[in-house]
Design a binder for this molecule. Structure first.
Ligand code: FAD
Length: 318
């Protein structure tokens, strides 16, 4: 079932959903199932599965030259989606990136998903590869998520890249996209970012999932600003509980989000990461309760491969 159909079914009831990461290469899929088992009791209507593009490693050779190695540390997005749909009878939502894909690769990727009866995707640009500062699309690839949404929407109309393909089978993907209550790091202003978010919706996106935020007011203001700009699709809040002291610098650095002073002070005063984890859980419970009271359709949690804290939050909220 599509995310939009789950939205209709949910009516005014807030539901629990979460995002998982494919395990690191070399780990068994059972490590993922062990984490998911802790969360399935909260009956998520869908589970998002992230996509991780290639990274470049430079290995020094005996002659002093550097050899470029292209590696993917977390492959398996499509396989995991098929496996969890089969094992848990839950709708899997794979993330699809522009980065690392030509438009032809994208089309073939979408065909695989369609054949596996996966009819939800989240369309994203992706970040720059770790060794580069700015995102560069592949030759013949999509440069922005808007272009990717356009390609998926075309396939939903039976329009393939090869114009010679006549009477082609249309796919039926429900498309989600990302939104940034504190603006995307490369956007010159929130207004500009929302302008491009609207383009994604006009191209066919049916809902937005937000980047994590730790101050609900930022989410409420973002939703208002989206409405004012003419974006009327649901905006699903994404939440992540802080779990280690290092998150104080890591999350702002990596995701370009601010942490409220009260939260920062509480974390600094913790004597170890066990205490930090509890502060993170309590903060996220408060955020979740307020968002639920405001009537959001889903609360979407970033599990980042660890389920125990999300389980505690879900127990308190649902
Ligand atoms: P876009 O919507 O393309 O926007 C990128 C930037 O370009 C923005 O600043 C925007 O304002 C600007 N822009 C957009 N269109 C134009 C235009 N036509 N002209 C000029 N500027 C424009 N990354 C992964 O690698 N894998 C994942 O699975 C993944 N999942 C994510 C899930 C969520 C919910 C979120 C919020 C992020 C996720 N990311 C993931 C991270 C994401 O890929 C990065 O944040 C990336 O830098 C931007 O992707 P986007 O789709 O938001 O980009």
């Amino acid at each position: 079932m599509k995310v939009t159909e789950h939205l209709k079914q949910a009516k005014d009831q807030t539901q629990f959903t979460f995002e998982i990461l494919p395990p690191l290469k070399g780990q068994s899929i059972n490590t993922l199932f062990d984490e998911m088992d802790q969360l399935m009791e909260f009956k998520p209507p869908f589970v998002d599965v992230t996509y991780h593009r290639e990274e470049y490693n430079y290995k020094e050779l005996p002659n002093g030259l550097l050899e470029k190695q292209v590696i993917r540390k977390r492959p398996g997005t499509v396989g995991i989606c098929a496996a969890i749909q089969n094992k848990y009878q839950v709708d899997a939502v794979p993330h699809v990136l522009c980065g690392g894909f030509t438009r032809e690769d994208t089309e073939n990727f979408l065909i695989d998903l369609d054949f596996l009866q996966i009819d939800n995707v989240v369309a994203l640009r992706g970040d720059a590869v770790k060794s580069e500062t700015y995102f560069t699309p592949n030759k013949g690839g999509n440069a922005y998520a808007t272009e990717l949404v356009e390609q998926i929407s075309d396939l939903n109309k039976g329009i393939y890249l090869d114009e010679a393909l006549q009477n082609s089978a249309a796919t039926d993907f429900c498309i989600g996209v990302s939104g940034y209550p504190e603006k995307h790091m490369e956007a010159p202003s929130l207004e500009s970012d929302i302008h491009f978010l609207k383009k994604k919706v006009e191209a066919g996106a049916e809902y937005v999932i937000t980047q994590m935020f730790f101050d609900n007011q930022k989410y409420f203001d973002f939703v208002e600003a989206c409405k004012k700009a003419g974006i009327h699709v649901p905006v699903i809040p994404g939440l992540k509980p802080i779990s280690i002291k290092r998150h104080l610098s890591l999350l702002p650095h990596r995701f370009h989000v601010d942490l409220p002073d009260t939260l920062v002070k509480e974390i600094i005063s913790c004597k170890d990461n066990k205490e930090v984890r509890q502060v993170g859980i309590d903060w996220c419970i408060e955020q979740s309760k307020e968002l639920k009271a405001a009537g959001v359709p889903f609360l979407h949690y970033y599990s980042m491969g660890k389920a125990d804290n999300i389980q505690k939050i879900a127990t308190a909220v649902f």
